[in-house]
Structure formats: C-alpha cells, structure tokens
Design a protein around this ligand. Structure first.
Ligand code: ATP
Length: 235
C-alpha cells in the first residue's frame, strides 16, 4: 500500500531499572492490517506492548501515530489519540458490572454508538451487562477487556496475550473478532503465544528474541524451521 502507516516505531529501546529488555525495535503498521508479534517467554513482547501503549517510558527511539510523535505522551493521552491496549491479564474491575467496565473505556471522542459496535461484535455482553465482571468466565472477561479498548474507537489496538489460559474454542472466537476489528480498518498489533493461529490471521509478523527483532515478513515466509530457530535461539 502507498498510504502512510498509522503506527510507526523506530529504534525502540526500553527496559526496567538497570535491565534493557527491548533493543532497537522498528515496526510499521497500516490501517486494517494485523501484525503478529511472536517470541518465546521473556523475549520482550509485553515490554513492546507496554512501550507502545505508554505504560512504561522508552529509553530511546520514536513512536508515531498518524505521523505525529506520541512517545512522550502518557497512556491516557495515547488512548485519546487513538491507540488502545488490551492488557495481558485483562485488568478488569471485578466488582464493577460489565456495563461499567465498558463505559470506563469511553473517551471524549467516542460516538454515542461506539458501544453499539462492541455489542454487535460480542452480543453476549448485552445479556451480561449487569453482571459483575469478576463473576464471568475467562473468555467473557476477555470480551469485556476488548470491548473496553474498542469503546474509545481506537485506530490502533494492541492485544497482549489474548488467548492466555482460555479454551481453544474460545480462542478461536476471540481471534475471529480480532479479524473483524481489523476489517473495520483498525491497525492491530497481536501479541500471541499461539503461533500458528496468529500467523493464520496476520498480514505480517515479527519474531522477538532477547528483545531484538530476528525475523520479520510475510506470515507465509515463516517456515517451521525459521520459527524453531527464532524460538530456540540457535544460530
Ligand atoms: P511472557 O510471554 O513471559 O510475558 P514476554 O515476551 O512478554 O514474555 P516480557 O514480559 O516483555 O516478555 O519480559 C521481558 C524481560 O523483561 C524478562 O526478562 C522479564 O523478566 C523482564 N521484565 C518484565 N517485566 C518486568 C518488570 N516489571 N520489572 C523488571 N523486569 C521485568
């Protein structure tokens, strides 16, 4: 595509305390595209998600959304600009109802019907509206977490380990929803342990190993051998 990318990151470096976890990561993502981010445990996937969403500061590099730098903005301001995170572990308010959790995601830009789109995507959330989020199944809670992120009508959405601990049939439904969200024109960063499912959905993919990008390209180029090398770290 010749359009400008929605999301661009260059030379991203980030970490915690003395430890640098993410080294010099570049990525570019266009509207309606799904980028799968793969890698072994500890490779830095969540750190990348948190860096993009502004949950941790970056040490160097740039992040821009629609050509404007966002790397100095806090996470709330990034949501306002159109970048939302569905965090690992969902982070719902267990004592609040489904409706209240969803409403927490509404931003100043949200149209009156922005939750309507969420209800169309996950009709089940309508019947669950008045239930406490903490009383739901893991898959239902993940729908709420996705719905909350969608309420702000993001242009870019980052999913961190959507499928963790969920049954395969539930994972299938959630990943199907990710495809629908991309179909609306949303740019999707999909951080996923479930390599084959993620590659099946993705338009492009990258593999992190020890915080560096070791493979990137078309999902079709990711042979089992390439993945094995990327994950096991043999060179
Ligand atoms: P996982 O699938 O296990 O979550 P990941 O690829 O998402 O793996 P990260 O969570 O980004 O990996 O972690 C990368 C490295 O950063 C690990 O060595 C981890 O121990 C370290 N790390 C993660 N969070 C913190 C933190 N809050 N403080 C210190 N170190 C951290």
């Amino acid at each position: 595509t010749t359009e400008a990318p929605l999301l661009t990151a260059t030379g991203l470096t980030a970490g915690y305390g003395q430890a640098t976890v993410l080294h010099d990561v570049d990525l570019e993502l266009h509207a309606g595209r799904v980028l799968a981010v793969l890698g072994a445990n500890g490779a830095g996937k969540s750190t990348l998600a948190k860096s993009l969403a502004g949950m941790i500061p970056i040490r160097s590099g740039t992040i821009s959304l629609e050509g404007a730098p966002i790397d100095r903005l806090g996470s709330f301001q990034r949501v306002r600009r159109g970048l939302s995170l569905v965090p690992e572990g969902r982070r719902l308010f267990a004592d609040l109802t489904v409706r209240e959790n969803l409403e927490l995601g509404l931003g100043p830009r949200s149209a009156a019907d922005s939750l309507e789109r969420v209800r169309t995507l996950f009709p089940k959330l309508v019947e669950l509206s008045d239930r406490a989020a903490g009383a739901l199944s893991g898959g239902e809670q993940q729908m709420v977490a996705i719905g909350r992120a969608l309420a702000s009508e993001p242009k870019v959405i980052v999913f961190d380990e959507l499928s963790l601990g969920l049954a395969p049939v539930v994972v299938d439904r959630l990943l199907e929803a990710v495809g629908e969200i991309a179909g609306w024109g949303t740019a999707v960063v999909l951080i996923e342990q479930n390599v084959h499912r993620a590659l099946a959905l993705a338009d492009e993919a990258l593999v992190l190993r020890q915080g560096r990008v070791v493979f990137r390209g078309d999902p079709g180029e990711f042979t089992d051998e390439a993945l094995r090398l990327a994950y096991l770290g043999a060179d």
